[in-house]
Design a binder for this molecule. Structure first.
Ligand SMILES: [Zn+2]
Length: 164
């Protein structure tokens, strides 16, 4: 499989859905209540993808309003898109930043809908950190991940159970 190093790939947690964007535009975070609910996060984080193709599977949709549908993986639940129903050129979709294989390539540059911002969001970086107990470290070492790796794969899940 060939892939342009300039392309942007990503997908859902289980790997049933994979996408590629030829280019990306402005990356943003949105504090509106709908984005909070749709992502299960403190804010939505999306980037405009152009030339978007679904290279494995495709999203299911929830019509969150009369203007917008939100794409997600029906197998694992990962939120994947925010899409205007009308007015956008083919292949242009807002894609979840954290669903990209390399999210640091699409760092957000603006924030919108501040009226919905959760009042603790501005203070997250100030939270104290704790050293995890040894029992938790041991538990983490015992985990066998079912998450798709951060790159395209020829087949998924792998026949041998190797997740890397
Ligand atoms: Zn999935």
């Amino acid at each position: 499989m060939t892939q342009s190093s300039d392309a942007f790939s990503g997908g859902c947690q289980c790997g049933a859905i994979r996408f590629r964007a030829e280019t990306v535009g402005r990356a943003s975070i949105c504090h509106c209540r709908m984005c909070q609910k749709a992502t299960g996060g403190f804010f939505g984080a999306y980037v405009t993808g152009r030339g978007v193709t679904w290279t494995r599977g495709g999203p299911s949709y929830f019509l969150s309003s009369n203007k917008i549908r939100r794409g997600f993986c029906s197998a694992c639940g990962t939120p994947l898109t925010f899409e205007q129903l009308e007015g956008l050129p083919p292949g242009q979709v807002e894609l979840s930043i954290a669903a990209f294989d390399e999210p640091t390539r699409v760092a957000p540059v603006i924030q919108v809908n501040l009226e919905g911002k959760l009042n603790f969001v501005d203070h997250l970086a100030e939270l104290p950190t704790v050293v995890e107990p040894a029992a938790w470290t041991a538990f983490k070492a015992s985990i066998v991940s079912n998450q798709h790796p951060d790159h395209d794969t020829e087949t998924w899940p792998p026949a041998g159970g190797d997740t890397n």
